[in-house]
Design a protein around this ligand. Structure first.
Ligand SMILES: Nc1ncnc2c1ncn2[C@@H]1O[C@H](COP(=O)(O)OP(=O)(O)OP(=O)(O)O)[C@@H](O)[C@H]1O
Ligand SMILES: [Mg+2]
Length: 288
């Protein structure tokens, strides 16, 4: 093909995807294209459909049957509620990061990170538990890149939440993931740990051109680390554009009732800081 006319496939292409549960329509004709190398925040109030959308991108959940399709890295994941035969191969190229880290606490950090290689390892070798020297070096390098090489031989459960999350990110590096989907990776972390986790994701995005989609409740982190934001409300895309152009009006519209609900709930780092985060960062983003 003539390089001059070659068209880069979207990393993720969602077309008119809907998902109905008994209670509600969690996704309502969502269409979205994410280009390779983008870093995109997915925001929206609790129940707006962020996790449901990310699960559909992995093919873990199938959409409604009447309409809708998803392609990842140019290959179909699902169409009209039916899975594609490419799903396993695609999943090997997509790394996942979850709020609860999904590490095996009793195993060393190193072993947890090395499980990232399992997708490309022959079954017999994975059963022996013996990882090639090259993969061990890759794992140490990945831990170094996320700033926790000194924790390689500690049990995962001995690490702080932020360190565990960075180990989970290192696992996606070892996996050589081309896309990272992170579902609220900083929801249970303090602000400093959150910053380090988001910096790790941003660095991998910038240096390795890995596409990152990260769902967040903290709008200030979306504005700071993600050039583009997609906002969901009741399963619909209500904003898709530069994070710096988010307006206080849209944020109030997205979170208004939730901010009230957050008041007084233990574990939420104060709805005041949540609101302050939105307004100060937004002001900073507008100013800067
Ligand atoms: N397996 C399921 N069965 C029934 N309803 C579901 C299921 N999964 C999600 N839902 C519903 O779909 C809607 C979207 O849920 P989802 O978890 O995607 O929201 P979210 O934006 O990730 O919220 P949060 O910020 O709280 O994580 C909610 O109303 C939820 O109750
Ligand atoms: Mg969720």
């Amino acid at each position: 093909m003539d390089a001059a006319v070659s068209v880069v496939e979207p990393a993720i292409k969602v077309t008119r995807l809907s998902k109905s549960f008994i209670c509600c329509k969690a996704l309502d004709e969502v269409s979205l294209e994410i280009r390779p190398g983008e870093m995109v925040a997915l925001i929206g109030a609790s129940g707006s459909g962020k996790s449901t959308l990310l699960r559909h991108v992995t093919g873990l959940t199938l959409g409604d049957r009447d309409l809708g399709s998803i392609e990842v890295l140019g290959k179909p994941v699902q169409s009209c509620g039916r899975p594609s035969r490419h799903i396993r191969a695609i999943r090997a190229r997509v790394g996942f990061v979850f709020q609860q880290f999904n590490l095996v606490g009793r195993l060393p950090v190193m072993t947890n990170v090395l499980t990232g290689t399992l997708g490309r390892m022959p079954l017999w070798r994975s059963l022996t538990g013996a990882f090639p020297e090259a993969d061990r070096r890759l794992a140490l390098d990945a831990l170094d890149r996320v700033g926790i090489a000194d924790k390689a031989w500690e049990r995962a459960s001995a690490l702080s939440g932020g360190q565990q999350q960075r180990a989970a990110i290192a696992r996606t590096l070892v996996q050589k993931a081309e896309i990272i989907l992170a579902d609220e990776p900083i929801a249970s972390l303090d602000p400093e740990s959150s910053r380090r986790v988001m910096e790790s994701l941003a660095r991998i995005n910038a240096e390795d051109k890995v596409t990152v989609v990260v769902s967040l409740h903290q709008v200030d982190f979306a504005i700071r680390f993600c050039p583009r934001t997609v906002a969901l409300k009741a399963g619909r895309v209500v904003y898709d554009g530069p994070s710096a152009a988010l307006t206080p009006q849209l944020l109030r519209d997205l979170y208004g009732s939730e901010v009230d609900e957050l008041d007084g709930i233990e574990g939420v780092q104060g709805s005041a800081s949540f609101v302050t985060g939105i307004h100060t960062s937004h002001a900073a983003a507008l100013a800067g």
